[in-house]
Ligand binder design. Structure first.
Ligand code: MG
Length: 257
């Protein structure tokens, strides 16, 4: 495994891709409402990324046609934006997007509620976000990759939810997907030792029911096997000497870890 560590200057340079990724994701969330199609959301995000001076990281990646992945309800990840996929009241939608600036990639995702959602779906969102923050908090020098996964898994399973196994987080830098893989489950004190300079995309995918997945006919879409809802939150995080630093954020929203 070849983990590419970044210098302080490189991490600094990654902040602009992160800022744009975070801004467009937040703006996309403001447009989530009954009646909007995932293609319209895609168009909004693509325009905003370019307006901010970035390049959509997803568009054309491995042949993916969109600037966002939009995954509704039982869809876990990699939903292709479509004019015929129209959000309705009570849906949850994971929007995953990223920008490239000066060759550096940002990657982040958030699952938004469309209108009023059920209490069970709200709980799924709350727990999955909590999983993400716990995993991020474990991303610090001296810890191991297993600590990151275990932090997520503990919270998800205590809530009775399934942790998706087939899809994982990843290293990120000049490429969207670099080593190492970052599983959302694991055993404490095991796995790769984390060091300052590593940059990881941490992205729990948590299912209300079974952890099992299935792939759609288009070769991209991944859904839950039992048809129950799934949530997905992601941030790009730099491991600093003193702990994690979220790169996909806007300065006004920076929060202490
Ligand atoms: Mg990712």
């Amino acid at each position: 495994m070849a983990v590419i560590k970044k210098s302080l200057a490189e991490i600094e340079a990654m902040k602009e891709a992160g800022r744009i990724s975070a801004k467009v994701l937040r703006m996309a969330g403001k447009h989530v409402e009954p009646g909007i199609s995932t293609l319209e959301l895609d168009n909004i995000v693509e325009k905003l990324i370019r307006l901010e001076g970035g390049i959509p990281a997803f568009k054309g990646y491995g042949g993916f046609p969109g600037s966002i992945c939009a995954s509704i309800n039982e869809e876990i990840v990699h939903g292709i934006p479509s004019a015929t996929k129209i959000l309705k009241e009570g849906d949850i939608v994971s929007i995953d997007t990223g920008a490239i600036v000066d060759g550096w990639v940002g990657d982040n995702a958030w699952t938004y509620a469309c209108g009023k959602i059920s209490a069970e779906k709200q709980r799924l969102l709350d727990i999955t976000e909590k999983c993400m923050w716990a995993a991020i908090d474990a991303a610090r020098p001296g810890n191991r990759l297993g600590d990151v996964g275990a932090a997520c898994q503990e919270i998800a399973e205590a809530a009775g939810f399934g942790v998706v196994r087939e899809y994982v987080g990843h290293g990120i830098g000049r490429n969207m997907h670099e080593d190492p893989n970052v599983p959302n489950w694991g055993r404490k004190h095991t796995g790769l030792k984390l060091q300052a300079g590593m940059v990881l995309a941490i992205e729990p995918m948590i299912n209300m029911g079974t952890e099992k997945t299935k792939q759609g006919a288009d070769g991209w879409l991944v859904t839950t096997r039992d048809g129950m809802p799934s949530a997905h939150f992601e941030k790009t995080v730099a491991i600093m000497e003193d702990g994690p630093m979220v790169l996909t954020t806007e300065p006004m929203f920076r929060r202490p870890m």
